[in-house]
Design a binder for this molecule. Structure first.
Ligand code: NAP
Length: 503
């Protein structure tokens, strides 16, 4: 069953992943329409940027009230397009959305105002440094279908606070959930041309990347990320890429096994396993593996399809999950629970527990993005760390241990963008954390001060102190210029000993 069917070159038919019912036919924005939206945004952006950041923040802060007032409609919209349980629409989309808007509106006036930076070098007596955080113009935001509302809202709010206009291209799989972010911001008071949405498939996204934008903020798969990076390189357009993951969970011998097993089930399967930071590989130390696996199987067997775990959101994803489980089975893994699509019209896949997984299997190497807990026994923590790092991805990772010190030691050895102790995935919901992927998992950060300032050009402005008619190294060059420079090198730098010897 398809949930996205092209009708012709300008329309897509969308159906519910829950039960296959027809949702709507969506008009695709043409390249000319994308260019026109960007042109309107370019015309509107300077007036938006001229408002003080505190004024932009005051407007955007009203979005929290709109989110609270419209929470039911947002939940219903997200659920219609994804089929995710109500708890997940609230916990993954709405709560972080409110938190992000609150946080960025509070931080932006401090983080985006002109900064006075102290100089420490030899220029200190002559110069003063200021840094202006200038907007980039129009930001193209391109987003995926797994967290369609919050992943659209978060970068859009940051880009707007920084004084940019935004044109959003949400996934064709969840267009109205993404569009809702734009509706909320307009209702809060952001002018219509300053925040816009264009709809369509990959070609619409490609048209946005090719248009006159000052930055692309992309969240999605590695393959698309590479194409976008190449297109941006051609035009020297800055971009951030938040891409896929294959996150490892390490279960140490001293872990609280009840928590580790409950975490393993939830963190592999929430949002039907379709989270960039899902636990996709579990390495459990041999001495506790039997009990851990028993607990995981027991907890996973109690999951209620439809209530605890929704459908896959996208038909192509269903094929990937099935292929990974079949491949693991053929290569000797044991499917302890589930393992195939559930009966019915929708895209439901049974909660699945696989043991005896190894790195020869796609299940441990490629992004599965389904409700599958894949478990591999390891000799000890060293082997777990080595295997966790043996991946083309490097988004997140987690360590389950009762010792915080052990968690910190292991985290320092993991080559991932982030590490969480006795939990996982939640790092995306921490706006203070500079979250971003390593290796194939991306470029740049989506949260933290680097992310907010990433929507600006930090422009250093060097101010001259005093009223001297010329700098000492300006023309004409004289013997005194040379003596002064040599004196600076001898007395201004080098260790105390060298300076004493040279005196
Ligand atoms: P995707 O296929 O890469 O699509 C992402 C977005 O890019 C969609 O809006 C898509 O449009 C658009 N697009 C496709 N081809 C394009 C092109 N050539 N130029 C410009 N835009 C193009 O990813 P997805 O399947 O929607 O999302 C799942 C992936 O996102 C997973 O790999 C997941 O791990 C990753 N993800 C990462 C994070 C993170 O923060 N690191 C968060 C969430 C998800 P259409 O959908 O309309 O084709």
């Amino acid at each position: 069953m398809a949930i996205v069917q092209p009708l012709d070159s300008s329309r897509l038919r969308l159906s519910s992943p829950e039960d296959g019912r027809h949702l709507e036919d969506l008009d695709i924005s043409s390249t000319a329409e994308v260019d026109a939206a960007v042109e309107r945004a370019r015309a509107a952006q300077p007036a938006w940027a001229r408002r003080p950041v505190a004024e932009r923040a005051a407007i955007l802060r009203r979005a929290v009230d709109v989110l609270v007032a419209r929470r039911e409609e947002i939940v219903e919209q997200v659920r219609a397009e994804t089929g995710k349980p109500r708890v997940e629409a609230l916990a993954i989309e709405l709560v972080p959305a409110c938190d992000f808007v609150n946080y960025w509106c509070k931080r932006a006036p401090r983080d985006l105002r002109t900064e006075k930076r102290g100089l420490h070098g030899y220029l200190l007596p002559m110069k003063k440094l200021r840094i202006n955080y200038q907007p980039l113009g129009v930001v193209g935001v391109i987003t995926p279908w797994n967290g369609p509302f919050v992943l659209s809202l978060n970068p859009t709010v940051q880009a707007l606070l920084a004084g940019n206009a935004v044109v959003l291209k949400p996934s064709e799989v969840t267009p109205r959930s993404g569009e809702f972010a734009v509706r909320v911001l307009r209702e809060a008071g952001v002018p219509e041309d300053v925040v816009q949405v264009v709809h369509g498939d990959g070609s619409t996204g490609a048209a946005l990347v090719d248009s006159e934008v000052g930055k692309i903020a992309f969240t999605g798969s590695v393959g698309t990320g590479r194409r976008i990076a190449a297109a941006c390189a051609e035009k020297l357009t800055p971009c951030t890429l938040e891409l896929g993951g294959k996150d490892a969970m390490i279960v140490c011998a001293d872990a609280d096994l009840e928590r580790a097993a409950a975490g393993a089930v939830y963190l592999s399967m929430f949002n039907t396993g379709q989270v960039c930071l899902s636990v996709e590989r579990i390495y459990v130390v041999d001495s506790v593996a039997d009990e851990f696996i028993r607990l995981v199987a027991e907890k996973a067997s109690r999951m209620r399809p439809g209530e605890d775990v929704g459908p896959l959101f996208f038909d192509r994803q269903a094929e990937v999950v099935d292929r990974h489980v079949r491949d693991a089975e053929q290569r000797g893994a044991e499917v302890l629970l589930g393992g195939s699509a559930a009966e019915g019209d929708g895209l439901h896949f049974q909660p699945t527990v696989v043991t005896g997984a190894d790195h020869g299997m796609a299940l441990m190497r490629e992004e599965t993005f389904g409700p599958v807990a894949s478990i591999m026994r390891v000799r000890d923590e060293d082997e777990a760390i080595r295997l966790a790092n043996d991946s083309d991805y490097g988004l997140g990772g987690s360590v389950f241990t009762t010792s915080q010190a052990r968690a910190e030691r292991i985290a320092a050895r993991m080559t991932t963008g982030s590490v969480v102790h006795n939990d996982a995935a939640v790092i995306y919901g921490v706006p203070e954390a500079p979250f971003g992927g390593r290796k194939n998992s991306g470029l740049g950060q989506v949260n933290g001060v680097h992310s907010l300032r990433g929507f600006t050009h930090p422009q250093p402005v060097l101010l001259s102190r005093g009223r001297a008619k010329r700098e000492s190294i300006w023309y004409p060059y004289t013997d005194k210029t040379v003596r002064d420079l040599e004196g600076l090198i001898r007395h201004g730098f080098g260790s105390k000993l060298v300076r004493r010897l040279l005196r």
